[in-house]
Design a protein around this ligand. Structure first.
Ligand SMILES: [Fe+2]
Ligand SMILES: [Fe+2]
Length: 191
């Protein structure tokens, strides 16, 4: 099996560092050529988003930060789930070995995505209300905090279990298919 050359996790994290606690880092250019690193970097951005959501749940407010968060949840977050469910998970089902028990893991992660898809719609509505000048009720703040917590738990499993299996099992051909489908979803040239 050809081994993928990938960026060190620490260098990806450094690239995504932001100046303010309300910002989510920008994806490093060209990282999509290494799709597993790209997914890892998206996880790091989701962790930053979850931290911001927890700030909001705690009562903090930043007008631009809240507006950017709405965009992030409507676009980047939704696109990442599509990357995983439409290409990444099926490729893993094809390439993993029985001892990886990938089917059970993917079933659990897909269940998480379903819960997030429902919860995120409510969170976006609360953020839109907040952005329009409303004060969040305790129930809304609790819902935002619990969504952030769920996202963090999901990321922890994907980073600790799913991505290492993917690095071990997906060959260069599978990675190239994954990269091109992810580019297509973002209307990026396939080269
Ligand atoms: Fe993910
Ligand atoms: Fe996921």
């Amino acid at each position: 099996m050809k081994k993928e050359i990938h960026f060190a996790a620490s260098s990806i994290q450094e690239e995504l560092e932001t100046a303010s606690s309300w910002e989510i880092g920008c994806m490093p250019r060209g990282l999509i050529e290494n799709p597993i690193d790209f997914l890892f970097a998206e996880h790091h951005r989701q962790r930053q988003a979850a931290d911001i959501l927890q700030q909001i749940a705690g009562g903090d407010f930043d007008e631009i930060g809240v507006r950017k968060m709405i965009n992030f949840l409507e676009a980047d977050f939704a696109i990442h789930v599509a990357d995983e469910e439409i290409e990444f998970f099926p490729l893993l089902e094809q390439h993993c070995l029985p001892e990886d028990k990938i089917h059970d893991l993917i079933a659990r992660l897909t269940e998480d995505h379903k819960k997030d898809e429902t919860a995120v719609m409510g969170v976006i509505i609360f953020l839109q209300e907040l952005s329009a000048g409303a004060t969040l009720k305790p129930k809304a703040r609790a819902a935002i905090g619990s969504f952030a917590e769920h996202v963090l738990q999901h990321l922890a499993i994907e980073n600790a279990v799913l991505l290492p299996i993917a690095r071990a099992r997906l060959d260069s051909e599978a990675l190239s298919v994954l990269s091109s489908m992810m580019k297509e979803r973002r209307n990026l040239p396939k080269q």
